[in-house]
Design a binder for this molecule. Sequence first.
Ligand code: NI
Length: 133
Amino acid sequence: MAIIRFGVSIERELLRELDNYTAENQFANRSQAIRHLINNNIITNKWNCNNIVAGSITLVYEHNKRDLITRLTGLQHDYHDVILSTQHFHLDKNKCMEIIAVKGKADRLTRLADNLIALKGIQHGKLTMSRAD
Ligand code: NI
């Protein structure tokens, strides 16, 4: 397979994290570490598109952001068929964490997570999945 070089702009702090990750996992260089991360995060998800998986979506956000709660709730109703439960934690005066337990086809869960994480006001979002069939 042809190897293509491309430039990446990245924050200094994130690059430091990448270098730590590269060293800790004994990759030969950054390129190898990035290939591994891409493979794990994009390609593996695509391969598993039709598999039934179970997992969780973790979201961190500030609840006073305009419209965010309405949109969060609306999206969860749209995907009620794959949502098992939602747990809400008030982390401090403004910050909330929500953990949504999900089960269904990997591609539908990925779409739900992508839509949730893309909402304006979400500070952090992460989907984890494991095979459940
Ligand atoms: Ni809260």
